[in-house]
Design a protein around this ligand. Sequence first.
Ligand SMILES: Cc1cc2nc3c(=O)[nH]c(=O)nc-3n(C[C@H](O)[C@H](O)[C@H](O)COP(=O)(O)O)c2cc1C
Length: 201
Amino acid sequence: MAVPVRWFVMLCAWGLALMAVPGLAADVPDSVAVLITYHSLSGSTEKMARAVAEGAKAVPGARVALKRVGEVTGPELFSSDAVIVGSPVYWSNMSGEVKTFFDNWQFKFGAFPEFKMRNKVGAAFATGGQVSGGKEVTMLTILAAMLGNQMIVVSGGGAFGASATTEGDSPGIDDKELAEARDLGRRVAEVAVIIKRGARK
Ligand SMILES: Cc1cc2nc3c(=O)[nH]c(=O)nc-3n(C[C@H](O)[C@H](O)[C@H](O)COP(=O)(O)O)c2cc1C
């Protein structure tokens, strides 16, 4: 019994000694929780969401959760470091489900008046049937809801987030659109790590 205790004490001492080496602790990546949440009826926005998650997972230290908007709980939302929200374009704007999700930040979860989402990283992605049918408006209204919650919004993929055209001459999601989605996930996770590291200093 005495031998394992001695080993345990020695391992702890080695661990503490290593942490004291200048620069070594700083190299340990900060762990960030990235929540990717979306609404999708026919699967296109869900496909983009999975690619966003792949991109975020590529960043060391990122813990990624992928959920439909209706499944997200208050504790999950408030314990995340970054939230990426995806919507199909409905009538040139975010879908009702995604708008209800944002409304529930207050009605169900009580984000205000403390601004519980303050300084978390936020970003958007969207899919729409037409080339010029409202994807940018959809992403911008998602970002506007985040700004109203005093979040730090970032882009990635495209100027306002990642998007895909899913109907007409461009059915489904192509490789370029998936690459944009991965780029968005990676950028958001990277920024979340930078902000967490900055807050730790
Ligand atoms: C009620 C409704 C409204 C829509 N309005 C638009 C629109 O205004 N502009 C557009 O580009 N696509 C519109 N679409 C097409 C969807 O945005 C598109 O098919 C989207 O990729 C669906 O995403 P999902 O497969 O994740 O459900 C609409 C679809 C529905 C069902």
